[in-house]
Design a protein around this ligand. Structure first.
Ligand SMILES: Cc1ncc(COP(=O)(O)O)c(C=O)c1O
Length: 213
């Protein structure tokens, strides 16, 4: 189970029955977009043996400075996640009410197909969402005009990052396969940060005003 988007603060997969949980610590656990790391959380000693073997033989241990940065980031995980959650929900609701936005995908919205599951097993919905503007041109117009949101592929840091999956994270996937997995040309992904949410909404609002039609 990849628990990167929620972190242990909002969801604890082992308590829900998972045997292996992975995290990109690069994201929320570190939280400041200044280190690269991963964690594998195991419940069975035989799995741990295999991971130790890979760590020892492939040299996948984390450097001391990265360990320090993640440890320091963890101290503020709770306050950051609470704010990501508040901001995520406010931005999702704003986008859902905007006439140029065709669809918002955020598990905290009742319109999300797995909203009930998310409510049952999570204590928050986090800061990751995506929204569809219906065309590549419309999506590009927003990306070209945001001022507070930074154009970047990573996620889970204190700053809001915006990206275009079809041309960035998922560019290596053929367009027909992208469609099959729901990556449309007008889809924008947002990693909602911890900035003042009114500033974020104002930024998205002025960028959406640049979309034709
Ligand atoms: C959900 C998720 N899991 C894992 C990863 C991989 O993380 P990393 O880049 O730290 O290896 C990413 C991002 O790249 C991610 O978004």
């Amino acid at each position: 189970m990849d628990n990167t988007f929620l972190s242990p603060y909002f969801q604890q997969p082992i308590a829900l029955g998972a045997h292996i949980v992975v995290h990109s610590m690069t994201k929320y656990l570190n939280g400041h977009s200044d280190c690269i790391g991963g964690a594998v959380v195991l419940t069975r000693p035989e799995d741990a043996e295999k991971i130790y073997f890979v760590q020892r033989s492939a040299g996948a241990g984390l450097a001391p400075m990265d360990c320090f940065l993640v440890s320091r980031g963890l101290k503020t995980l709770a306050v950051r996640m609470d704010r990501h959650n508040l901001n995520g929900m406010a931005v999702a609701k704003f986008l859902e009410s905007h006439k140029k936005v065709k669809r918002v995908i955020y598990p905290g919205l009742a319109s999300h197909p797995q909203h009930e599951v998310a409510k049952r097993q999570q204590t928050g919905f986090g800061g990751m969402l995506s929204f569809d503007l219906g065309s590549l041109d419309a999506a590009k117009a927003v990306l070209n005009h945001v001022k507070l949101c930074s154009l970047a592929e990573s996620l889970g840091g204190v700053e809001t990052l915006i990206s275009l999956p079809a041309l960035m994270t998922h560019a290596s996937i053929p367009v027909d396969k992208q469609k099959e997995i729901g990556i449309t040309q007008g889809l924008i992904r947002l990693s909602v940060g911890i900035e003042d949410v009114e500033d974020l909404i104002a930024d998205l609002d002025q960028a959406l005003a640049k979309v034709q039609g």
